[in-house]
Design a binder for this molecule. Structure first.
Ligand code: E4P
Length: 223
C-alpha cells in the first residue's frame, strides 16, 4: 500500500520524506491556505522536494478553465497529478488531460457511482473522502469496499486513493480491503509509527545495557 501525505506543510513533508515513508503528496486549496506563504511557491517547492506523485488541485469549475489550469500545473514537474473535482465538466477534463498524458486525481468522491465514472473517464487516482462520510453517520469505508470490487471487475487502471483519513484504524481497514493508496494527515502517520510499549521496551533495553556496562566496563558497543 502506498502512503501519501495529505498536507502542504513543507516541514512535515521534509520530515517524513527524509524518513523514506512518503510515496506521494496530496494538497488542496484548504491545506494550502493554512500555510503562511505564496501557494504557488509552496506547490512548486513540494513538487521539487518529493519524487513521487504530487496532487495539485484546479480551482476552475468549467472545462476550459480546468484544462488551462491543469496544463499549467502539469508544467511544475513530471510528478504532478492534476486534481479535478468530481463534477460533470470535470469528467470531460479528466478524459482530455489523460489523453494528453497528464495524470489526474478525481477528488470529492463520495459514492461508488462517482468513483466508477471517474475511473471510466481515465482518472489515474480516484479519491473517496471517507472521514467526511463518517462525519455524516455514513460508513465511508463501504465506498472503498465497493470501489475495490468495481475497479477489479473491469480492470480499470485507476488507483483508489483513500482520502479524508482521520485515524490509524482507517488505514488498517483500507489496507485490508486492498485500497492502493491512503493519504494521511501527518499526525495520523505519526500515530502509526509510535506505540507506548515500544517506548517502554526501548527504555528498558537501554537501561539494562547501561547496567551491563557498569559491571563490564570493557564493553565497547555503544556509549
Ligand atoms: C484529499 O486529497 C483531501 O485533501 C483530504 O484527504 C481531505 O480531507 P479532510 O476531509 O480532512 O479535509
Amino acid at each position: 500500500m502506498k502512503i501519501f501525505l495529505d498536507t502542504a506543510n513543507l516541514d512535515q513533508i521534509k520530515k517524513y520524506n527524509d524518513l523514506g515513508l512518503v510515496d506521494g503528496i496530496t494538497t488542496n486549496p484548504t491545506l494550502l491556505s493554512k500555510e503562511n506563504a505564496d501557494p504557488q511557491e509552496v506547490m512548486a517547492e513540494i513538487v521539487r522536494t518529493v519524487k513521487g506523485p504530487v496532487s495539485l488541485e484546479v480551482l476552475s469549475t468549467n472545462y476550459e478553465g480546468m484544462m488551462e489550469e491543469g496544463r499549467t500545473l502539469a508544467k511544475y514537474g513530471k510528478n504532478v497529478v492534476v486534481k479535478i473535482p468530481m463534477i460533470a465538466e470535470g469528467m470531460k477534463a479528466v478524459k482530455q488531460l489523460s489523453g494528453e498524458g497528464i495524470k489526474t486525481n478525481v477528488t470529492l468522491v463520495f459514492s461508488p457511482n462517482q468513483g466508477l465514472l471517474a475511473a471510466k473517464a481515465g482518472a489515474s487516482y480516484v479519491s473517496p473522502f471517507i472521514g467526511r462520510l463518517d462525519d455524516l453517520g455514513e460508513i465511508g469505508m463501504d465506498v472503498i469496499r465497493d470501489l475495490v470490487q468495481i475497479l477489479k471487475n473491469y480492470d480499470y487502471p485507476a488507483e483508489i486513493l483513500v482520502a479524508s483519513v482521520r485515524h490509524p484504524l482507517h488505514v488498517i481497514e483500507a489496507a485490508k480491503l486492498g485500497a492502493h493508496v491512503v493519504t494521511l494527515p501527518p499526525d495520523v502517520l505519526g500515530k502509526m509509527i509510535t506505540h507506548p510499549l515500544t517506548d517502554i521496551g526501548l527504555a528498558r533495553f537501554l537501561d539494562d545495557w547501561k547496567k551491563a556496562k557498569q559491571s563490564h566496563p570493557k564493553i565497547t558497543l555503544t556509549r
